[in-house]
Unconditional design. Sequence first.
Length: 157
Amino acid sequence: MQKGVPPSLGETIVEHSFMSSIISLYLCSELKGCNAEKACVLSLLHDFPEAIEGDLNKFVSLRIGKEKREIEDEIVNNYFPKWMGNFIKMTWEGSIEAKISRLADRLATIIMANEYIRLGFNDVGEIRETYLKEVEDLLKEDILRNISGKVKELIEL
């Protein structure tokens, strides 16, 4: 999280990943056919490549496009054990657990943005709005539509 939040208050990758995994457990428990443990593990590991590449902001990520995935793939292949890399790569796939992990990632960011706004860091509103749009797009998928009520509850935290 950037946008004027002091580093001493900024969320770490570990805090974000943990919150994402708890959200994944919650959402997956509401969906038939979703393996909650797998979704939780994917959420725990989804941002591990950022430990090496750094937390790129949305503008940079969009500008470098598919090169970001290529960089992350190289990081996963060269810096992580194969078993861990396999889990990280699963977050890039289309399984229900990967979709829940992506959704939980966005929701964790929105929840933290809400907290920062309550603390007076209103510049994070732009990040919040961007992620709200992404959540809206993710909820258009048939498999995720059933949990839209639960998602709205989380957004209001």
